[in-house]
Design a protein around this ligand. Structure first.
Ligand SMILES: [Zn+2]
Length: 278
């Protein structure tokens, strides 16, 4: 279903960056900064030293798969097998999107591990008839996935889940280039303090306008890239990076730790490079 795949990719990306191409996005949404502590009661982990990725499995029994898992993320994407969109059902089945048209409310939290955005928008990926609803998206700097060893300045993860709690994540790589107006609402409302959360209301963030279509993407079965590193996550990563201005990239990256987990071995997994048919 190459047409559906393209439509899903374009719409999911557009929905996730909230407002790309929207001509009527407001300049000054109402904002209400609140504080909360997401780490209370949770096992502390991080990206450096004794709390870093090499030690995650030691921090809690619940994190053991971070070390023992054979299907971990992120990975280098260069060893992919090229397939056409018509063959994608070998891995993911039919993929379509259902989406409401705008987000009016959006929360942005700095949870010390990342900047995470929760838009109140009804967007879902449908994989083989199963609905995966967009829950949140967040950022990693530099990118977690690499292509032929190359990491990009930023990667966004759009996290969706189905009714059974299974996850599908759309990964988008970003490089320095054109200014992306759809990102301004995020960049101008970044929560700077650890644990700080911003609640934006009265947004008119449309998702109808499609970004330039991504015709190729990587698909594989992987894991959360943070503890507890749970496996069974369906990964889709655009093959071509999107562009943000250097100022936009820097504004987001400046608030993140170096939060890219080291590359994990592919092992016996199948990694596909899916090219939609013309
Ligand atoms: Zn992530």
């Amino acid at each position: 279903m190459p047409t559906d795949v393209r439509h899903w990719l374009a719409t999911a990306a557009c929905a996730a960056v909230v407002g790309c191409g929207a001509p009527d996005a407001p300049e000054a949404p109402e904002e209400d900064a609140v504080h909360h502590d997401e780490t209370h009661g949770a096992v502390h982990w991080g990206y450096e030293d004794a709390d870093g990725p090499e030690h995650w499995a030691d921090l809690s029994p619940e994190f053991s798969v971070c070390a023992s898992g054979r299907a971990q993320s992120p990975i280098d994407l260069s060893a992919a097998t090229s397939v056409s969109g018509a063959q994608i059902d070998r891995l993911v089945g039919e993929v379509v999107v259902s989406a409401d048209q705008r987000a009016e409310v959006m929360d942005i939290v700095n949870n010390t591990h990342t900047i995470q955005v929760t838009p109140d928008v009804d967007v879902a990926i449908v994989i083989d008839g199963v609905r995966f609803a967009l829950a949140q998206y967040h950022f990693h700097a530099p990118s977690e996935h690499a292509i032929a060893g190359k990491r990009y300045p930023l990667e966004a993860h759009f996290v969706t889940s189905n009714a059974d709690g299974e996850l599908a994540v759309l990964g988008v790589l970003y490089e320095a280039g054109e200014h992306e107006p759809g990102f301004d609402v995020i960049v101008s409302n970044l929560p700077r303090g650890e644990g700080e959360e911003r609640h934006l209301e009265n947004l008119e963030v449309g998702i109808e306008e499609l970004r330039p279509l991504q015709r190729t993407f990587y698909a594989y079965s992987g894991s959360l890239t943070t503890p507890p590193c749970s496996e069974g996550v369906r990964w889709f990563v655009f093959a071509e990076p999107e562009q943000l201005s250097s100022e936009q990239l820097d504004a987001i990256a400046a608030l993140l730790p170096d939060n890219a987990r080291p590359l994990q071995p592919l092992n016996e997994r199948e990694l596909l490079l899916v090219t939609s048919e013309e």
